[in-house]
Ligand binder design. Structure first.
Ligand code: FE2
Length: 376
């Protein structure tokens, strides 16, 4: 299955009006941040680095900041029912609220995107404490999800003003997760192209890959996907939309249970996927199970790879090749009871694509899970 190159890959002639340095953090709104923090520490190997809550003078909510190499997760819960965070959790369950982008100038990022049609979430704000200042500003993207621009070049503290540095006595070792590779959004029927146009017009992103419903289809269901990338390629947001099939698409299942559009998966990179996944499994992280037959054909599918196919088979890791190299990937089951957010673990060995050759095997695995939930 060959993905379509949607636009010229050449470097843009004009300067990037929204230079992004990478993903700053991902903030999840959850029902119980203390317990969620324990899960991401013990199961995924994140380390507690900062905290904000009643003990630090924040009366309405509690947040735990967890880090593993360049990946920062913020887990936030409301401390009373009458609160926008409690309402978000009531409606969506636990999920990603903020995809925060690291910038050199948060005020300019806000002003430029607002001038290009963004909807404001938070006006520019400068927060200060004894470690310096952090500037933030936010705009809405799909659903109730937001992009927060974070400027921290004049800050030396643990996270940002309002948070205190904190470590935990209970700190299981990291599992080798290094950085956020991409974050995927699920949007409603006929919405993908609107969202793609929004990323192009408002954020200056480019559509680097497209998959139609003929390419992403199984016997039962289908979806369409377009990958959006910022100018330097540090930030990539694939956008999925359901497509008509014989049965209910996995994207529809997500939209039903999330009660709207939102982040479907967060892909995190490792330099040694076999060691990382072995450790994650030992700690109880549940993964989709690729059928055994997939491994019988793997050499023919990807050619020579450094890894032992039997090791990949035993861990259910998939592999795919493009013109530039290959990649290894595996997907967790949803990390909450609603079939919504899940994680992808990815190791890139030259490949810059997203594993299109695995879509069919992957979606068949997803459909088996969907069927077990009675939602196919
Ligand atoms: Fe992905």
């Amino acid at each position: 299955m060959q993905p379509t190159l949607a636009s010229a890959p050449a470097a843009p002639a004009t300067a990037d009006f929204l230079p992004l340095l990478g993903t700053d953090h991902l903030e999840l709104y959850v029902g119980n941040a203390k317990q969620a923090a324990h899960f991401y520490k013990s199961a995924f190997g994140f380390q507690l680095v900062a905290y904000a809550g009643p003990e630090t003078g924040r009366r309405d909510r509690a947040s735990y900041v967890l880090q593993q190499d360049k990946i920062r997760l913020v887990l936030t819960t409301a401390l009373r029912a009458d609160h926008e965070i409690a309402e978000h959790v009531r409606r969506h369950g636990d999920g990603v609220k903020v995809l925060a982008l690291w910038v050199d100038d948060a005020y300019a990022s806000y002003e430029k995107t607002m001038a290009r049609g963004a909807r404001s979430y938070q006006e520019p704000l400068t927060l200060t404490d004894e470690f310096g200042e952090v500037r933030t500003a936010g705009i809405y993207t799909y659903g109730e999800t937001v992009h927060l621009f974070v400027e921290r070049r004049n800050y030396r503290g643990a996270f940002m003003p309002g948070y205190v540095a904190q470590t935990a006595a209970y700190a299981p070792l990291p599992v080798g997760l290094r950085y956020v590779d991409h974050c995927v959004g699920n949007v409603g029927w006929n919405r993908m192209n609107e969202v793609v146009a929004w990323y192009e017009q408002v954020m200056g992103f480019r559509n680097i890959l497209s998959f139609d419903d003929k390419q992403i289809t199984t016997e039962y269901s289908a979806l369409m996907s377009k990958v959006m990338s910022n100018g330097n390629g540090y930030v990539k947001f694939p956008i999925n939309e359901p497509a008509e099939g014989k049965k209910k698409s996995q994207i529809e299942e997500y939209l039903t249970f999330y009660e709207g559009e939102g982040v479907q998966h967060i892909a995190v990179a490792t330099d040694d996927i076999i060691a990382t996944v072995r450790e994650l499994q030992a700690r109880g992280v549940e993964f989709l199970q690729t059928p055994d037959a997939y491994y019988d054909n793997l050499r023919a599918h990807v050619g020579d790879i450094d890894e032992d196919v039997e090791a990949l088979r035993s861990l259910r890791i998939m592999a795919d090749r493009d013109e530039e190299g290959y990649l290894l990937q595996i997907f967790t089951k949803p990390v909450e009871d609603r079939p919504t957010l899940f994680f992808e673990i990815i190791q890139r060995k030259g490949a810059k694509s997203f594993g299109a050759g695995n879509f069919k095997a992957l979606f068949e695995s997803l459909e088996r899970e969907q069927d077990r939930r009675g939602n196919l």
